[in-house]
Design a protein around this ligand. Structure first.
Ligand SMILES: NC(=O)c1ccc[n+]([C@@H]2O[C@H](COP(=O)([O-])OP(=O)(O)OC[C@H]3O[C@@H](n4cnc5c(N)ncnc54)[C@H](O)[C@@H]3O)[C@@H](O)[C@H]2O)c1
Length: 465
């Protein structure tokens, strides 16, 4: 990889800009009709008023509407892919390009091959600029001004490897990328695909926390076991309140501010678990729990949204079949336990199935690119003010959702500033075996989170950041 990287660097001293602008001809005539139809598609629900009810299929994980008006010259939305030359990066770039109503500038960054890929992609007839950025010297330019930065950079699994086995190589890659993203473009939304997601998201949040500075490093290490690394303290009882203006009150106020600052940067950092949701829909649609259509085909998976919570590895992938948007007989889920568990296991092990079928030629790339595209478009739709956009993702929560776990995948309401809150997730509503799976997954998640946080803290300290 190093030699090809050097060769590429020699051949290309500057970041190349390949612009593809094509006549939209036929598409223009469709715009009026599209606008009219788009009006009918607008959702009126205010996310702030939404409750803990299960999302409807039309809302949760909904397909991006192809009906949005094309961009105006003043509205150029840039999306950056870090790791754009890889098995996921390439099809993802193509799929995003096909959504030029949402993406008008695609910036492709990698250590290899990226100029050729950008040249190739730039011939697709969409009104979307494509730029290539090769190697660390061009990283800053790649991430500057991007609305969303999608990260599939790093090694992928080989048969016999767990996602956690990738930590050794991918943690360092993610750490270096996160530092630049936090320094150059902290307001971009980050979609982390690289594995192990369960550790790399906490790692990235630590880097953001340190670089975006909720206080100096000294203050932070003093506070590291209090304000920033713990859930917010419950409000003190009136009798116990510190006197106004006292140093205790000032310090509590500062801690609260730091806590809020940390949360505000973390709510734009997402671990992409959409592939688990997509697999849960598809594999459930094909399962015995849903009757086939009269023509013999299985149910349309797009109509079956199943929240997948926890994390993105083995037993931390927890599909909540009881919360499916298409009615499923809960009694059957309990009584036919063997069928239920087989279905759940097939969702958890779907990545391994692909790994083994590819016989060492990579892990899931196409379904992943599709899923990452869907998630990116959802982020952009939310950024543009569309209400009620809901996707599952692995994020840091200000208040732990499950016991002491700050990091947990759950259905989230997205907004222009990141996620706002969880939607439709409540432990009490779950079946007993689902609650048990969450308890078991939590043990693994705790270790993965600590691993990512410890790595980041060590690196940041050694660099005196
Ligand atoms: N979240 C999920 O659901 C999910 C699903 C599948 C795969 N993945 C993960 O996504 C990652 C990518 O998978 P892939 O199949 O595309 O792998 P790949 O090896 O085909 O591509 C990875 C790309 O990253 C590039 N890269 C390596 N180091 C880099 C750096 N420092 N900066 C920029 N680019 C760098 C490589 O040059 C390569 O082009 C893996 O970690 C894999 O485990 C996640």
């Amino acid at each position: 990889m190093d030699s090809s990287k050097n060769q590429q660097n020699n051949n290309n001293n500057k970041s190349s800009k390949v612009t593809s602008t094509t006549s939209l001809g036929k598409r223009r005539s469709l715009n009026k009709r599209a606008r009219n139809r788009a009006k009918g598609h607008q959702r009126r629900e205010d996310p702030a008023n939404s409750t803990m009810s299960s999302p409807k299929a039309s809302e949760y994980g909904s397909q991006a509407s192809p009906l949005r008006q094309p961009a105006t010259p003043n509205e150029i939305t840039k999306v950056t892919i870090l790791g754009a030359a890889g098995g996921i990066g390439q099809p993802l770039a193509l799929l995003l390009m096909l959504h030029s109503e949402y993406v008008q500038h695609l910036a492709l960054y990698d250590l290899v091959h990226v100029r050729g890929i950008a040249a190739d992609l730039s011939h697709v007839d969409r009104q979307c600029k494509v730029t290539a950025h090769l190697g660390p010297d061009e990283l800053t330019e790649a991430v500057r001004d991007a609305k969303v930065i999608v990260i599939p950079a790093g090694l992928a699994q080989k048969p016999g490897m767990s996602r956690d086995d990738l930590f050794g190589s991918n943690a360092k890659i993610m750490y270096n990328l996160a530092k630049v993203c936090a320094q150059v473009n902290p307001s971009a939304h980050l979609a982390i695909i690289s594995n192990p997601v369960n550790s790399l998201v906490p790692l990235t949040c630590e880097v953001y926390q340190r670089i975006l500075g909720a206080g100096s490093r000294k203050e932070k290490s003093a506070d590291s076991n209090s304000a920033l690394s713990q859930p917010a303290a419950p409000p003190a009882s009136p009798g116990a309140a510190a006197p106004a203006g006292s140093s205790a009150q000032k310090s509590a106020g500062k801690q609260q501010q730091q806590q809020q600052c940390f949360h505000d940067c973390c709510r734009r950092i997402f671990g992409v678990t959409t592939l688990d949701v997509v697999r849960a829909s598809t594999l459930s649609a094909k399962s015995a729990f849903f009757k086939p259509e009269p023509n013999g085909l299985f149910k349309d998976p797009a109509k079956i949204a199943i929240p997948v919570v926890g994390g993105h590895a083995g037993k931390t992938i927890i599909p909540l079949l009881s919360q499916s948007t298409m009615k499923v007989d809960k009694k059957r889920l309990i009584e036919e336990k063997a069928t239920t568990l087989t279905l759940i296991e097939s969702i958890q092990q779907a990545g391994i199935e692909v790994l083994n079928a590819k016989k060492g030629a990579g892990s899931a790339t196409l379904a992943m690119a599709y899923s990452a595209c869907r998630f990116t478009i959802s982020l952009l739709r939310a950024q543009q003010g569309e209400p009620n956009i809901i996707e599952c993702a692995y994020v840091r929560h200000q208040q732990p959702l499950v016991s002491d776990l700050e990091y947990f995948a759950a259905p989230l309401v997205l907004s222009k500033d990141g996620y706002v809150k969880t939607q439709g997730f409540s432990l009490n509503k779950l079946l007993p075996y689902e609650q048990q799976m969450i308890e078991e997954g939590a043990k693994e998640l705790r270790m993965s989170v600590a691993k990512g946080e410890d790595f980041a803290k060590e690196q940041l300290s050694s660099e005196k950041l």
